[in-house]
Design a protein around this ligand. Structure first.
Ligand SMILES: Cc1ncc(COP(=O)(O)O)c(C=O)c1O
Length: 364
């Protein structure tokens, strides 16, 4: 059936495996985040890598976001072409073609880029001048994650000086993502390590301001640290992404967001009393951190034991007795790498399909 033909149908009737978002839970997650941030007076520029879906990006803007973060130039293009007015490409962009694309995008919308290398700064500046664009730049500080970012305050100051010297680009602030803190299960430890990372970033921002540089934006944080950074004096905006969907990893942290994203799957075999095989495998759900869990299995428990390309083999407790053809919702351990497997998501309200949203930036 042509995909839009599923609109209005009960979710149990859609072909599986299918990516499903419960739009009421999604909307509540947006409202919960917006209410919290309004109280603490910190901005959000949510990370669109989580959904890669313009329809959700626009919902985030309507819920008060000041723009979106994107992981790639392609993602940023899709969001801008859909009408998002401001994007931050929250990764270093260095290859000449991608720099050219980012700079040209800055002629269509406000584009912020992050940098950790002086030569890259000069290349972005040269491209910006060549195409007559103005690109806003944040200098990236490693706040403990050990990925990209300047490794010392001295290196960051040098970098910021290079940005200031370079025509065509404009220094707007500092960027420091505390990725190493997001999933720490113990709240006290997560808070201490989050505050340590935020402290490093804010101190760097003050140092640059003290040197007379323009630091309006101090940006960090994901879903696991949204309220730690949200309340940290000097952090101006957060980059959380997964809070809209949640997943098995974030579910363990006791955050106030609901699990809005699932993968619907069908039982295709009951080869033994304690085994059910479902039609979702590695091509339909990401087991990046651990195996998915199964929701709505009635009184019994269903545990995913292994995944192959198209199948999940599950072990059933005595009380669980799903029949071939039964459908159940799986929760992935990581929402972002699961969404990326699908071209579209079924948007469900009260058990019925209300819309089908293209994951338009999937391959971008
Ligand atoms: C730069 C950056 N900011 C923010 C995030 C936050 O993402 P989430 O809220 O999905 O954990 C990520 C996740 O990988 C990231 O790489």
């Amino acid at each position: 059936m042509y995909a839009q033909g599923w609109i209005g149908m009960p979710v149990e009737q859609i072909p599986t495996p299918a990516l499903v978002v419960d739009v009421e839970k999604l909307d509540r997650n947006l409202a919960t985040m917006a209410d919290y941030l309004a109280r603490v007076k910190t901005n959000i520029r949510p990370h669109a890598k989580t959904h890669k879906t313009p329809a959700i990006g626009h919902k985030q803007m309507r819920a008060g976001a000041i723009g979106l973060c994107c992981a790639t130039v392609g993602e940023a293009e899709v969001m801008v072409y859909s009408g998002i007015p401001e994007v931050m490409i929250a990764n270093e962009i260095v290859d000449p073609l991608s720099v050219r694309r980012a700079v040209n995008l800055a002629r269509q919308a406000r584009v912020l880029m992050i940098v950790d290398d002086p030569e890259n700064v000069r290349n972005i500046g040269a491209a910006a001048r060549q195409y007559g664009a103005m690109v806003d730049v944040l200098v990236d500080l490693d706040v403990g994650q050990g990925r990209c970012g300047a490794r010392s305050l001295e290196a960051l100051v040098e970098l910021a000086r290079e940005v200031e010297r370079t025509k065509g680009i404009r220094l707007r602030g500092v960027f420091g993502y505390e990725g190493h803190v997001q999933f720490i299960p113990d709240r006290q430890e997560r808070t201490a390590k989050g505050q340590d990372a935020n402290g490093r970033l804010v101190r760097a921002a003050k140092e640059l301001s003290g040197l007379g540089m323009n630091i309006e934006i101090v940006s960090g944080a994901g879903t696991g640290t949204y309220d730690i950074a949200g309340e940290f004096p000097g952090i101006t905006e957060i980059q959380a992404g997964s809070y809209i969907f949640m997943d098995g990893t974030y579910q363990k942290l006791g955050l106030p967001f609901e699990q809005s994203l699932t993968v619907l799957a069908t039982v295709v075999s009951r080869p033994a009393a304690d085994i059910a095989v479902f039609d979702v495998g590695l091509k339909g759900i990401s087991p990046e951190r651990f195996n998915p869990s199964v929701q709505n299995c009635g009184t019994g428990a269903i545990e995913v034991k292994s995944l192959s390309e198209e199948h999940s083999v599950t072990r059933l407790s005595d009380a669980a007795d799903p029949r071939p053809g039964d459908k159940m919702h799986f929760i992935p351990s990581h929402c972002c790498t699961t969404v990326n497997l699908y071209d579209s998501m079924f948007v469900v309200r009260q058990g019925r399909v209300e819309a089908i949203w293209p994951v338009a930036a999937r391959r971008a």
